[in-house]
Design a protein around this ligand. Sequence first.
Ligand code: FES
Length: 202
Amino acid sequence: MSKERSDHKELSRRRLLAYSLFATLAALFVSIGKVSFSFIVPRKRDDAYGGIIKAGGLNDMPAPADDPVYVPKGRFWLVHSESGLSAFHSSCTHLNCRFSWDVQKGVFICPCHGSEFSRVGQVLKGPAERDLSRFPLRVIQNDDLVVEPFTESGDPLAVQKYLIEQPAQQAENDGSSASLLYRIEVDTSRIIGGATASDDKA
Ligand code: FES
């Protein structure tokens, strides 16, 4: 074999090695990039805390005079007031203990340092200074149509007109469960902080 031919073969072998090394490194960087990205931007999980929670059909929501209802998978309390439906994060705005609803007193009470909040989330008694945090809610029709989008402010969602519509629509559809028109979803990826007394004065 001539020296020129053997040099050529050697060169081709080195090129092949360089290409395969390059391809391996590229694949490695892509995999590392994917893993890092998933850490930096965690995927929102459906129907679990941190994502969008299916809170239930509109008929399952508490009525305006009812006690608040706790939804464990979303870590929020659903409250129906005159202004509409709210979803309050279950962490106390003092030091994040989990508060609960006191049926006798009709207020939320935190077991850690005794803060109390009204059913519409306002601080009644410290040491907490900030009203309860809330999550935005929306109304979905027939499983995929958004009829009331998430509100940026997290203000109570007025659902009364859907409650009035729903029984009539259900009767039209023979009252089957498939005819359940409206349901409520809560976005637990966005916590909207409550106001303080000084915010209210500003
Ligand atoms: S953590 Fe709730 S009162 Fe302190």
